[in-house]
Write a protein that binds this ligand. Structure first.
Ligand SMILES: *Cc1c(COP(=O)(O)O)cnc(C)c1O
Length: 395
């Protein structure tokens, strides 16, 4: 059956190119874990996880065991990191599907330990990564809590401490002060890990800005000093969005940032279509509550996209979409399933015309940052709130 025309196109080749580009930016000894959490930032895990693996990713990162199980079905050979905790009753699935959990609570260790023993795993055979809270106060063990956790990795444990992980809360701040403080805390933690006689393979630190902002070398050095390999975890950059550092670099912008701006390609285009076009007289009320009243005879195009598709309702009367390669203002309130465009100035618009909500049409582009700025949010949320009913198609 022909579907309602509101869909997302995913350029999987652009995603592959982006991964390879980021790998080329990073120091050669740095491993890039491709973050595909939250249905690949709304881009579709089904389409994106196999694409990053094709491009060379050996590790992919998700944020639930459910996503990890789905990713395992798509990528049989990849290492799959569950980065946001394992919940009670999920240990069996971690073992069965060969997932790698990020842990920081004794209860998470209990859970995995008993699942691994129940499955008859040998000592040291279920790899986990221990997260350290180096300053974000979200996930991770504090330095004070470390000793009893490290004591859980004795010779009889089926768990293997394979990696140490931390998350940076201000990797996009150009002065780098918060990151330096966090890395100093991380070094203290690494000293305690070594003092406990544990030698994990991986040091996993940081997101897209660390790759684009040329901080990969610092992490690689820190890892090497402790006999570890560095792993960075880019997400947004994979999907073609260049980090906006704040404040912007006045001078001394890292060359990698300019390279990212020219090389990273947006992966997602969100499209819809004109359903019908009507002429309205001056004084006509447009949409719920008449927040727009025509001040002259106008031509309006009805578009098959509304807030139930993830088109933010606050964009009504404040944003434009692309039709026939031009920006057409959204007029009136956005409805659940519809939006209306003023196409008075755009000749020839007719039913069936393609509308671009996010992406490029002709020589015009609406970026994820434009959506984000207009609605007071960030590109991550713009992407992830595109509703599940909007089908994702590989192109
Ligand atoms: C989301 C996430 C990332 C990727 O962040 P980006 O800013 O999208 O690159 C990396 N690590 C962890 C733990 C995350 O949750």
């Amino acid at each position: 059956m022909q579907m309602r025309p509101c869909w997302v196109e995913i350029r999987t080749h652009a995603l592959e190119d982006n991964f390879r580009f980021l790998q080329s930016l990073a120091a050669s000894e740095v491993e890039l874990l491709a973050v595909v959490k939250a249905d690949s930032y709304g881009h579709s895990l089904d389409l994106c996880a196999p694409a990053v693996v094709r491009a060379g990713a050996r590790w992919i990162g998700v944020t639930s065991v459910e996503e990890g199980v789905a990713a395992r079905g798509l990528c049989p050979a990849a290492r799959i990191m569950v980065m946001a905790g394992v919940f009670p009753g999920q240990g069996e699935a971690v073992v069965e599907h060969g997932l790698t959990a990020d842990i920081w609570e004794p209860a998470q260790i209990d859970n995995l330990d008993s699942a691994a023993r129940a499955a008859g795993l040998r000592p040291g055979s279920l790899p986990v990564h221990l997260e350290i809270d180096t300053g974000m106060s979200r996930q991770g063990a504090s330095l004070e809590d470390l000793a009893p956790l490290l004591a859980r990795f004795g010779p009889q444990s089926p768990l293997k401490l394979e990696g140490i992980m931390t998350h940076l809360y201000a990797a996009d701040e150009s002065n780098g002060v918060a990151t330096q403080t966090q890395l100093a805390e991380l070094q203290l933690a690494l000293a305690r890990v070594e003092a406990a006689g544990l030698y994990p393979d991986w040091l996993s630190v940081g997101s897209s800005p660390m790759v684009i902002g040329a901080m990969d070398g610092a992490i690689a050095n820190l890892a090497a000093r402790h006999g570890m390999k560095a792993m960075l975890r880019p997400g947004l950059a994979l999907y073609g969005i260049t980090t906006r550092f704040s404040p912007p670099f006045e001078s001394g912008e890292p060359p990698s940032l300019a390279a990212a701006r020219s090389e990273l390609q947006p992966v997602l285009t969100w499209k819809s279509a004109v359903m019908s076009v009507r002429n309205v007289p001056s004084g006509a009320v447009v949409g719920y509550n008449g927040t727009f009243v025509a001040t002259e005879p106008m031509r309006l195009a009805l578009v098959a996209a509304g807030y139930a598709d993830g088109l933010d309702r606050s964009l009504g009367n404040r944003f434009s979409l692309l039709v026939r390669g031009q920006r057409a203002p959204l007029v009136g309130r956005i409805s659940m399933d519809h939006a209306m465009l003023d196409v008075t100035e755009i000749p020839g618009v007719e039913a069936g015309d393609e509308v671009v909500i996010l992406g490029t049409q002709g020589s015009e582009t609406i970026t994820a940052y434009e959506h984000a700025d207009a609605t007071g949010t960030i590109p991550w949320e713009v992407f992830t709130r595109i509703a599940a009913r909007v089908r994702r198609i590989a192109v």
